[in-house]
Ligand binder design. Structure first.
Ligand SMILES: *Cc1c(COP(=O)(O)O)cnc(C)c1O
Length: 355
C-alpha cells in the first residue's frame, strides 16, 4: 500500500493486532470432514439452549458483514474490501479520527458551516480542530484550505453540505484531493437527493479519499443505524481493525438485506421528495417573512427569514419543529427545514403564511 497513507496512521493503530473472534479462528482452521449442518459450535460461549424470544438470536453476528458487503459492492461496483459498515456513518467519522489523529497533537480541518459531529468526535479524541469557513456562497475556499491543510491529518468535506444544502463542484474536490497531504473524507449523506454522482468512482485514483454514505436519509432507515465508508483496502482495514467486532447486529443486517432488494421503492420516495422540494421552495418564496431559499441538493432547505429565533419559536408553539441554524457562520436568520410528506409541507406553508 501507498507508504504516504501508511505514514498518516497513528503508529499504535498500525501496530495493533485486532481482536479475533472465535469464528475467525475456526474459519482459518482446516475444514473438517463433516457437513456444515452437522457442525457443533462450542467455541464462543453462546447459550446453547437459545434465548427467551421466539426467534433465535443466540449466535453472534458475522463481524465482517460479508453478505451485506457483497450486495452493496455489487450495487456500487466496489469490492467488499473497499467497504466499511458501521453503526451509522457517525461510527465511521469517529473511527477515522481515531485511526489518524494522535490525541493532543494531530489536527482535523473543518469547513463550517457543516455537520456538527465532526467537531464533537474530534474533541472527544482531543484532536486539534482547524476551521476554514466556506465562502459566503457556501463553496470551499481552496487557497485557504491549501494553506491551512499543510499539517492536518483529515479534512471533512460534506457534499451536499449540511446545513447549507449545496453540493461542491467535482473539479474543486478533485483539486483538494490532489494537494491535501492528509485524508479527505467526503461525506455524501445526502447524495441520493443530489444531481451529481457519488465520488466513489475516484477511490482508485486518489489513495487519500474516503467517501461516507448512510442508510439514514435517502434510504429512510435512520432507526436501523447503518452507515458506510468507501475507500481503498488499506484504509478500510484500519477502520475494521478498531471497530467493535460485532458493530452491526443480526436484526439490522437481516432487515438491511431485505431493504437492499427494494431499490425501486426507495427511488420512488426520493423522486416524490424531490418534487416536494421544488414545491416547498416555490411556496416558501411567496411568503413575506421568507427572504431567501437556498438551492438544495439534499432533502432539506436552508431558508433565510426575517427573524429566525422568533419564527422558530412560533412554529414550535404550533407543533412544527424545524432546525434553527441562525448561529452558524453565514447562516444568520436561517432555518433548516426537512422536506416533509406532502401534507406536512402544506401545514408548514400554512403556518408560515400566518406568521
Ligand atoms: C445525517 C448525517 C449523517 C449521519 O448519518 P448516520 O448514518 O445516521 O450516522 C452524517 N453526515 C451528515 C452530513 C448528516 O447530515
Amino acid at each position: 500500500m501507498n507508504t504516504s497513507i501508511e505514514s498518516l496512521v497513528r503508529p499504535n493503530i498500525l501496530a495493533l493486532k485486532p481482536y479475533t473472534s472465535a469464528r475467525d479462528e475456526f474459519q482459518s482452521a482446516p475444514s473438517a470432514a463433516v457437513s456444515p449442518s452437522e457442525m457443533v459450535f462450542l467455541d464462543a460461549n453462546e447459550n446453547s439452549l437459545g434465548g427467551p424470544l421466539e426467534e433465535d438470536y443466540s449466535r453472534y453476528p458475522d463481524p465482517h458483514q460479508k453478505r451485506l458487503k457483497a450486495i452493496i459492492g455489487a450495487q456500487r461496483n466496489l469490492l467488499s474490501g473497499q467497504i466499511f459498515l458501521g453503526n451509522g456513518s457517525d461510527e465511521a467519522i469517529d473511527l477515522l479520527i481515531r485511526v489518524f489523529c494522535e490525541p493532543g497533537r494531530d489536527a482535523v480541518l473543518l469547513l463550517p458551516p457543516t455537520y456538527g459531529m465532526y467537531a464533537v468526535q474530534a474533541a472527544i479524541q482531543n484532536a486539534r480542530i482547524e476551521r476554514i469557513p466556506l465562502k459566503p456562497d457556501f463553496n470551499p475556499d481552496i487557497p485557504a484550505i491549501r494553506k491551512a491543510g499543510k499539517d492536518c491529518k483529515l479534512l471533512f468535506l460534506c457534499s451536499p453540505n449540511n446545513p447549507t444544502g449545496n453540493r461542491f463542484a467535482t473539479e474543486d474536490v478533485r483539486e483538494i484531493l490532489s494537494f491535501f497531504p492528509g485524508i479527505v473524507v467526503v461525506d455524501e449523506a445526502y447524495i441520493d437527493f443530489s444531481a451529481t454522482p457519488s465520488l466513489t468512482g475516484l477511490i482508485d485514483e486518489f489513495p487519500n479519499l474516503v467517501v461516507l454514505q448512510t442508510f439514514s436519509k435517502g434510504w429512510g432507515l435512520a432507526g436501523l443505524r447503518v452507515g458506510m465508508a468507501f475507500s481503498n483496502a488499506f484504509i478500510i482495514q484500519m477502520l475494521d481493525k478498531i471497530k467493535y467486532p460485532y458493530n452491526l447486529d443480526v436484526v439490522t443486517m437481516r432487515l438491511l438485506e431485505t431493504a437492499l432488494q427494494c431499490g425501486s421503492v426507495v427511488q420512488e420516495k426520493i423522486d416524490t421528495l424531490l418534487e416536494e422540494r421544488n414545491r416547498l421552495a416555490a411556496g416558501l418564496n411567496k411568503i413575506p417573512c421568507v427572504k431567501q431559499v437556498f438551492p438544495s441538493d439534499a432533502n432539506f432547505l436552508l431558508v433565510r427569514v426575517s427573524d429566525a429565533d422568533a419564527i422558530y419559536a412560533r412554529l414550535c408553539a404550533q407543533g412544527m419543529v424545524v432546525r434553527n441554524r441562525s448561529k452558524e457562520i453565514h447562516c444568520e436568520n436561517c432555518l433548516r427545514i426537512t422536506i416533509g410528506a406532502p401534507d406536512e409541507n402544506d401545514r408548514l406553508l400554512d403556518l408560515m403564511k400566518d406568521l
